[in-house]
Design a protein around this ligand. Structure first.
Ligand code: DC
Length: 208
């Protein structure tokens, strides 16, 4: 069974995906971490994320084993990730990694839950269940601010809101695999939902 969960940053995709995967005994992949891993490797090697050729070379070396790195959650990594995610060569390399994960989930699991931006549209267009998870920009920025403060990262609301809006615009406006809902995705707006309610709503749609 393949379940795809797409949507903008901090809409609640990761929490929902992890809970569905646990509940259904499926493997879980946060595909954003692959793009972050490319961004982080570039930064660590002193390369410029605006250099498409360097990003494509690095993408060829990134795999599932790179997703536990400290530093993947940093804001600088997120900004580098959103740049490299616009390059078709990078997306093509990471597409292979994601499709392989879906076809051969680790630990012989009977399927996978994958979250990202283009999973239901490009990576797994034949998935069994697709969700497009959204929430208002304000609530997503507030959630991200809380996350950052909890991790001890000094942050201010206006800056988080501005960075999130810039990332939304870039993810939705790029030519290759922009952030759009698949035609057959269930839309789930989590603006007024807590994680338990979002999970219950998604599970009900799957069980229907
Ligand atoms: O979900 P995230 O913030 O970890 O994603 C990091 C960046 O990677 C984000 O700017 C969008 C991009 N991304 C993408 O283009 N396609 C995906 N399937 C997942 C993430």
């Amino acid at each position: 069974m393949i379940i795809t969960i797409d949507g903008p940053a901090a809409a609640g995709k990761g929490t929902l995906a992890r809970r569905l995967a646990d509940h259904l005994g499926l493997a879980y992949l946060d595909s954003g971490k692959l793009y972050r891993a490319v961004g982080l490797k570039l930064l660590r090697q002193g390369l410029d994320p605006a250099d498409a050729g360097a990003a494509a070379r690095i993408a060829r070396t990134v795999g599932i084993g790179d997703l536990d790195e400290a530093g993947l959650d940093d804001e600088a990594t997120a900004q580098a990730a959103t740049l490299v995610a616009a390059y078709p060569e990078v997306r093509q390399e990471l597409l292979l990694v994601q499709r392989d994960f879906a076809a051969h989930p680790p630990e012989n699991r009977p399927g996978a839950v994958i979250d990202g931006r283009d999973i239901g549209t490009v990576v797994c267009p034949d998935a069994d269940h697709k969700f497009f998870v959204t929430a208002s920009l304000e609530i997503r920025a507030a959630r991200r601010l809380n996350e950052l403060l909890e991790r001890g990262v000094e942050s201010i609301h206006s800056r988080v809101l501005r960075d999130m809006k810039a990332r939304d615009d870039r993810d939705s406006g790029r030519e290759t695999s922009p952030l759009v809902p698949a035609g057959d995705a269930h839309l789930l707006d989590t603006t007024g939902l807590d994680p338990d309610e979002a999970f219950a709503a998604a599970l009900a749609l799957i069980e229907q």
